[in-house]
Design a protein around this ligand. Sequence first.
Ligand SMILES: Nc1ncnc2c1ncn2[C@@H]1O[C@H](COP(=O)(O)OP(=O)(O)OP(=O)(O)O)[C@@H](O)[C@H]1O
Ligand SMILES: [Mg+2]
Length: 400
Amino acid sequence: MTPQRSYRRLGAPRAMLLAGFLGGVCTSRLVAVLRRPRPPTRGGRGFDSRRIVHSASDAILSVDERTRILLANPAAAHMFGTGVGVMKGSALARYIQPPSVVISSPPPDAMLTPLDYFPTGSGRAGRRATDYAVTGIRANGQLFPIEGSISSVAHEGRRVYTVILRDVSERHLVQQKLSRSHDQLRQLSAALQSIREEERTHIARELHDDLGQLLASLRMDLTLLGRIDHLPEASVHLIAGMETNLLTAITSLRRIATNLRPRALDEGGLYFALQGLRDEFVERHGIACTLLADEAELRLDDSASTAVFRIVQEALTNIARHADARSVVLNLYRSNSDLLVTIRDDGRGIRAEDMDKAESLGLVGMRERVWGMRGEITISGDEPPGTRIDIVLPLDGHLA
Ligand SMILES: Nc1ncnc2c1ncn2[C@@H]1O[C@H](COP(=O)(O)OP(=O)(O)OP(=O)(O)O)[C@@H](O)[C@H]1O
Ligand SMILES: [Mg+2]
């Protein structure tokens, strides 16, 4: 008899191979094997399917149409914490939870088939798109995650299902730990960013208020000194030189303080801070830069203003260092409760491999700031000319 095969499959590569093999060769034999006394092996010319199933490291069940377990291998019994003999004849529901869709609205005749336990498109997918992720029930009642595949053959007018299962509890635990530590790293990075910003603000203020005041008063004293009559020629020269140096010191101090944290960010708001950034960029690098934004739309709280400012600052630094661009457009506007930011240059364009440089942290920091605000960022260099950065930032709770 040639068995008719219908086949729905998933699972890890090894399970797939095994499933294919079993679907083709073993399943119909298993059914026969279950009904007859064990046939003698054929001296190495054929396969002893019972032995293959018995020694498989994946859990294998053979199930009839009414979800009754016809056969379980030792790996299956071990996985469910019971014995092969106990499993044989039991309902599949004792070991695998029907998916919630089925539990909440059972089929009209309340009669599940084995396929109902592995419904397409329900449950969580496993490693592959076609994997079925189901929940196992150990003999002691403990639930655990399983990844599995199911195939069936028609045998003597009845359908027999082969289910191959793998316990993925450990993988899930590792995934959970990974995602926890990822979250912690993200929180740490956000905390470090805000500590860094506070320190920058503090140092900028000290420089500006303390040192700046001191230099300004020294300059006034020098001016008074220069007004004294009949000063020797050498002293007049010395005073003029000191005045020039003092002016340079005051200018440098302002630049350093502004680089640390622009006063406009705290006093004027994001729009004026961006204007200052744009002006400084144009003056320093000779690259044209247009700022398209509305002051009223950029009245945001400190954390959002700082995040947007630092993102634009890093983008402009990158353009000056890497892009070889002639012009830049900064476009910031509100759409409903989001702020949309687009930064475009007409330079050489960022390449895919540039975005994964291990030693580069600028883009990573940019992404972290955006994700920290639950926003989205897209960086692309494939739309010539140049590089385009698109950011969507939800502003809920960030409006000033
Ligand atoms: N506007 C741009 N045009 C072309 N290439 C760019 C642009 N912006 C970034 N890049 C490329 O992407 C890479 C990564 O940028 P990223 O800002 O992460 O690092 P970096 O600027 O090299 O170093 P840093 O960590 O100091 O920021 C850059 O080295 C550069 O090759
Ligand atoms: Mg950079």
